[in-house]
Design a protein around this ligand. Structure first.
Ligand SMILES: Nc1nc2c(ncn2[C@@H]2O[C@H](COP(=O)(O)OP(=O)(O)OP(=O)(O)O)[C@@H](O)[C@H]2O)c(=O)[nH]1
Ligand SMILES: [Mg+2]
Length: 305
């Protein structure tokens, strides 16, 4: 319970701008009002502004109207509780845990466009897994930018995990070696950093699938997870990016980075309704400790706190 409270506090702090701009506003908007068409219009608009997505905002509006007609809610003040319950119900019990290999190294491929937060998110996962007593190896397969390998190396030193980097520029070759290294060193998890930008998007997707094919040949059942890192501050754009990656590779979950930097936490709802993939982790800051497993209950509470 203490842990839950800590996570909630951190997320609430992270979402503080959301609270100020979006939901803090809602509380004022609702106080002392009767739930009429005007208020419904205003509410729908606020939901859309918060990145919840047009279709979902319309659905929530309809449900509110119905609840009002059936006299289940009457006053503006009741709306907040209604919204909380409605949003929490969007995430029925679903498996958000990491899929580990039954034996041998688990491979987690991390993808996303440049600047989304891949390398930082890898550091967060590496730290968390290490805290859980797991042996972690990193693969520096983003060879497009020279600084990328350096950045991952610094994280590996700070956290105290091994890193495999290659002299050459072929990411598939580095991943090939990293799989061998992970097995030879009895690692539990191999985290693979990938490029976010290549000459064209087509290049990027082809390189990703090539990396996936290499790990699939090297280790049974790999990759066990393909986490797509999305930048929460890019709003609906993140949804479009996700769709492009989904066409190229079997993404198994979302790592939603920079949730602390957006006034629009509603993007989590849009991800749920538009790309149907579980958000497994959320990033709430720039250090390796700033990561939380996504928990709908605490997320919705934080959103409306
Ligand atoms: N506030 C905040 N900043 C973050 C978070 N995650 C990443 N960042 C910042 O976002 C910027 C980009 O992060 P990177 O991890 O380098 O992103 P990347 O996807 O690896 O970028 P490329 O390697 O260029 O493709 C850095 O300044 C990070 O500190 C987060 O959860 N919250
Ligand atoms: Mg990077």
């Amino acid at each position: 319970m203490a842990l839950f409270r800590k996570a909630l506090e951190k997320l609430t702090k992270g979402l503080s701008r959301t609270k100020d701009r979006f939901l803090g506003g809602l509380r004022n908007l609702l106080a002392g009002r009767k739930l009429d068409e005007d208020l419904l219009d205003e509410l729908e608009e606020k939901l859309i502004e918060a990145d919840i997505g047009v279709a979902t905002a319309m659905k929530i509006r309809q449900d509110l109207q119905e609840a009002f007609q059936q006299r289940r809610i009457e006053r503006g003040e009741d709306v907040l509780e209604f919204l909380k319950t409605e949003m929490k119900s969007l995430w029925p019990e679903c498996d958000r845990s990491v899929r580990f290999a039954p034996e041998g190294p688990t491979v987690i491929l991390v993808a996303g466009i440049n600047g989304a937060g891949k390398t930082t998110s890898i550091a967060k996962l590496a730290y968390q897994l290490k805290q859980q007593g797991k042996k972690v190896v990193l693969a520096a397969a983003d060879t497009f930018r020279a600084a990328a390998v350096e950045q991952l190396t610094i994280w590996s030193q700070r956290i105290g995990v091994e890193i495999v980097k290659g002299g050459g520029s072929d990411p598939a070759a580095i991943v090939f070696d990293a799989c061998d290294a992970a097995r030879a060193r009895n690692a539990d998890v191999l985290l693979v950093d990938t490029a976010g930008r290549l000459h064209t998007q087509d290049h990027l997707m082809r390189e990703l699938t090539k990396i996936r094919d290499v790990v699939a040949r090297k280790l049974p059942g790999a990759p066990h997870e393909v986490l797509l890192v999305l930048d929460a501050t890019t709003g609906q754009n993140a949804i479009n990016q996700a769709k492009a990656f989904l066409q190229a590779i079997d993404v198994t979950g979302i790592f939603l980075a920079k949730l602390d930097g957006t006034a629009k936490g509603g993007i989590v709802v849009a991800i749920r309704n538009e790309i149907h993939l579980p958000v497994k982790f959320v990033g709430v800051g720039e250090t390796y400790e700033d990561v939380e497993p996504f928990d709908p209950e605490s997320f919705v509470e934080a959103l409306f706190a």
